[in-house]
Design a protein around this ligand. Structure first.
Ligand code: PEP
Ligand code: MG
Length: 876
């Protein structure tokens, strides 16, 4: 039997093996092949990770053997040996999934040190301080990351030592101090774990690799995967790499660099470094690093070599690279490269520039931008009108663009809770770390006191498209007391703060934000997307204002106008309630008469805003619980308006109470009971269309959509009323206009009988919100409460209300498409559930052969790009 290979030396891999070796590992392998100076190492594969889980969270002896084998080969390559007293091999251990995942395990550095190797290292380098510092860092990282002993316990020991010695900075501790610190750290480890700190480097290594595998399933990683559509069965690889040291003195250093500016996209190397420092110092933002240009002054020779490698890597990968490098006593090494995370602005500029530079085709460029990222482009900036009277109280680094305003939350937990309670918050922290991810998602903006442009907060915020200001050292933040002192003011959790991620400006006040305008690179790029895609993109809009916004974002029509939403306004809701609680046809007609002009007016404005683009108007579908009056004063007012007693109205409301309103008297069921509602709506639609045709000359062809149909006869019943009324209105006006009547497919029975339904329906629009609700039997309103248990237990990885369940709901859609077309070959097919703006769902709709997707205005650009990408990946 052939033995499966679970471990690869860097020189045995290549970039195309990303699925097996993880992104980081595959790129380390590729760089090795390209002849770039990379400290050598090996990669334990993602398959080994999956096997670890299959084997009940154990690394099998077979894999351990292979690790030991590759370790022996690495020892040969480096001429060093694990635990050796003359030439000890030290390695770093890092996780590396197919795509980089901030929620996962931190790096472990200096693995291989023990009581003997540290002595060897001290005399070898002639630098005992460096040796003991490395050892204490290793004990600290291993204990925290691998063994789960709290970091702060170690930090307290450092503080204790500094106090004893009367010094302020870690750097002021001597070799002997650090040696003593190692003793204390080991004692702490023993106290916490009940055993000695492991001295055998091979044990340290296997424990660390196990910890990486384990971290694939930690709660943060699961949340991150759900947000980023990363399947749980990808697994993570582990990279074991020889250490090089950037903290060996003033000829050593370490840094991170991007081949282009990740914020603006400008074609110039962008980066930060620190001399005499280890990688974590730069990333953690504990010391503030220098801009890369300084390196050119400091050491032009190294800079030249560095610049050449950066250019080679960018050309090779044909994309902006994010790299880590270390200089060890004057020798340059690259520790990692990957396609860099970037702001949406810079993603577009880079994509367009790379096409202009001849590096990419338009299609390749279109695939380089994550559609979801466009979201941040459409996000707010501060209202210029307000900016005249505001005062900048501090300035930090503009880490991720956009503007945010909210009350201050001093911890991720707090941000999450308060946001869940409907508050808008800005997360203010000394620095962020991966466990803050949920709070960062919940916050409108992120502000940190420490850290550079490449700190955790900055990188993660850019990835999420959330506004972020980092490294604002002027702020004095006490996370314990929940206070922020700035410019002589003390702010608390009750105070507002506004931050500008594009300038770094901080304001100790609330500032209104406004929606942005789209132009330049965005227009060019989206133009390419539009040329490419086959799927049309419409919008879900219920007001003239939303319609205008959506058209600006490129919507090609309205795919869903929820007419009940047109009555949410304070002054309109009363008329809808009156209609709902009416006991007689007369009462109902009276209410409908009030609604008619409002509807007609709105339809006319929307037709105008669409300038001839199509519009699907869905007839009333008000789940009763959203519309019945509940507050005492509303009931009193309505009773008065209807000229009935309070008691009478109260009794009617009680009668109308439903246990399952989502499955109750809504959708076309309402029109079946009260046909006069469909009459009024038809009248409003047709009259508005005639008016706009006459006044503006647009060829308005109304598409009337009947919701919640499950049976052909109910569709036929309502359709007959629509057609009858339309005829009456047209003869009253003396004009004939074309119109269509179609239905939503949102009840499984409709999907299953779609051929029959298509006899009456001229179009279908998939209402995947209800279709998901009814296929799963999950209440749309209640599922969120228990779905989190499903994610935790890995029963579901994704929210089926956000991303189409292709296996179940998708199968029903497929059946409906086939059956619908079998009856009516040219039937128009679309989707208007929330899924219409979700990229993976858009891809699915493209594959199904739908004509269009429809989504909320702000997701229109996302859907346009997703549709183009779907066409490139799977041409139709
Ligand atoms: C749907 O069910 O998918 C839909 C678009 O309709 P609503 O969300 O209004 O029920
Ligand atoms: Mg619905």
């Amino acid at each position: 039997m052939e033995i499966k290979k679970y471990v690869y030396l860097f020189k045995e891999g290549k970039a195309s093996m990303k699925n097996l070796l993880g992104g980081k590992g595959a790129n380390l392998a590729e760089m090795t092949t390209l002849g770039i100076p990379v400290p050598q190492g090996f990669i334990v594969t993602t398959e080994a990770c999956n096997k670890y889980y299959e084997d009940g969270r154990k690394i099998s002896p077979e894999i351990i053997n292979q690790i030991h084998e590759k370790l022996a080969q690495l020892e040969e390559i480096t001429g060093k040996k694990f635990g050796d007293l003359n030439k000890p091999l030290l390695v770093s251990v890092r996780s590396g999934a197919r795509v980089s995942m901030p929620g996962m395990m931190d790096t472990i550095l200096n693995l291989g040190l023990n009581d003997a190797a540290v002595e060897a290292m001290a005399s070898l380098t002639n630098n005992p301080r460096f040796a003991y510092d490395s050892y204490r860092r290793f004990i600290q990282m291993f204990s925290d990351v691998v063994m789960g002993i709290e970091k702060r316990l170690f930090e307290a020991k450092i503080d204790e030592m500094k106090e004893e010695k009367g010094v302020h900075f870690d750097t002021e501790l001597t070799a002997d101090d650090l040696k003593e610190l190692v003793v204390r750290f080991k004692a702490l480890y023993k106290k916490e774990k009940g055993e000695d700190f492991p001295q055998d480097p091979k044990d340290q290594l296997i424990e660390s690799i196990t910890a990486v595998f384990r971290s694939w399933d930690n709660p943060r990683a699961i949340v991150y995967r759900r947000l980023n559509d990363i399947p749980g069965d990808w697994g993570t690889a582990v990279n074991v790499q020889e250490m090089v040291f950037g903290n060996k003195g003033e000829t050593s250093g370490t840094g991170v660099a991007f081949s282009r500016d990740p914020s603006t996209g400008e074609n110039a190397i962008y980066g930060e470094y620190l001399m005499n420092a280890q990688g974590e110092d730069v990333v953690a933002g504990i010391r503030t690093p220098q801009p890369i240009a300084k390196l050119q002054e400091q050491n032009p020779e190294i800079y030249k070599q560095f610049e050449d490698i950066v250019n080679t890597l960018e050309k090779h990968y044909r994309d902006m690279q994010d790299m880590e490098f270390t200089i060890e006593e004057g020798t340059l090494y690259f520790l990692q490269t990957r396609n860099g995370k970037r702001t949406a602005q810079s993603a577009l500029k880079i994509a367009v520039d790379l096409v202009e530079e001849g590096m990419l085709t338009k299609e390749e460029a279109l695939l380089k931008v994550d559609p979801k990222q466009l979201d941040s482009l459409l996000h707010p900036t501060f209202d210029p009108a307000e900016m005249k009277k505001v005062e900048v109280v501090a300035k930090g680094l503009p880490a991720s663009p956009g503007a945010a305003c909210g009350k201050i939350a001093f911890s991720a937990e707090e941000a999450k809770e308060r946001a869940a309670n409907g508050e808008t918050v800005v997360l203010v922290r000394l620095e962020t770390s991966p466990e803050d991810i949920e709070g960062m998602i919940a916050a409108r903006g992120i502000l940190t006191v420490r850290g550079g442009m490449t700190s955790h907060a900055a990188v993660v915020a850019r990835g999420m498209g959330t506004c972020c200001v980092a490294g604002c050292g002027e702020l004095k933040v006490s996370e314990a007391n929940k206070t922020l002192e700035v410019a002589g003011k003390t702010l608390t959790a009750n105070d507002w703060i506004s931050i500008d991620g594009s300038t770094g400006n901080i304001y100790a006040q609330a500032i209104k934000t406004v929606s942005p305008e789209i132009s330049g690179y965005f227009a060019t790029f989206m133009g390419w997307a539009d040329e490419t895609r086959k799927l049309k993109v419409r919008t879900n809009a219920d007001t003239p204002r939303d319609t205008v916004q959506a058209v600006e974002f490129g919507a090609e029509g309205i795919g869903l106008c929820r007419t009940e939403h047109m009555f949410f306004a304070e002054d309109r809701i009363a008329a809808v309630r009156e209609m709902i609680v009416a006991k007689t046809v007369e009462q109902r007609r009276k209410a409908l008469d009030k609604l008619l002009p409002m509807q007609r007016g709105d339809f006319a404005s929307m037709y105008e805003a669409l300038e001839g683009r199509p519009a699907t108007i869905r007839f009333l579908d008000p789940p009763l619980h959203e519309f019945l009056p509940q507050a005492e004063e509303d009931i009193i007012a309505l009773a008065k308006e209807m000229d009935i007693t309070y008691e009478e109205l109260k009794a009617t409301c009680e009668e109308l109470h439903e246990f399952n309103p989502m499955m109750g008297h809504r959708g076309c069921r309402l029109a079946v009971s009260y046909p006069e509602i469909a009459e009024m709506q038809t009248r409003a639609v047709i009259e508005a269309a005639i008016e706009v045709r006459n006044n503006k000359g647009y060829d308005v062809v109304p598409e009337i959509m009947i919701p919640l149909v499950g049976e052909i006869k109910e569709l036929k019943y309502v359709k007959d009323i629509v057609v009858e009324t339309a005829k009456t209105v047209m003869s009253e006006k003396g004009v004939e206009i074309p119109f269509k009547v179609g239905t939503m497919i949102e009840i499984p029975r409709a999907a299953l009988t779609a051929d029959t339904i298509a006899k009456e329906a001229e179009f279908f629009s998939f209402g995947t919100n209800d279709l998901t609700q009814m296929t799963f039997g999950f209440s749309r309103d209640d599922a969120a409460k228990f779905l989190k248990d499903y994610y935790e237990k890995k029963i579901y990885e994704q929210d089926p209300f956000a991303k189409i369940d292709q296996t179940g709901v998708g199968e029903l859609m497929k059946i409906a498409v086939e059956k619908g077309r079998s009856e009516r070959a040219d039937i128009k097919l679309g989707i208007c559930g929330e899924h219409g703006g979700d990229p993976s769902s858009v891809e699915f709709c493209h594959a199904l052969g739908l004509d269009y997707v429809s989504c909320s205005p702000f997701r229109v650009p996302i859907a346009r790009l997703a549709a183009a990408q779907a066409q490139i990946k799977n041409p139709r």
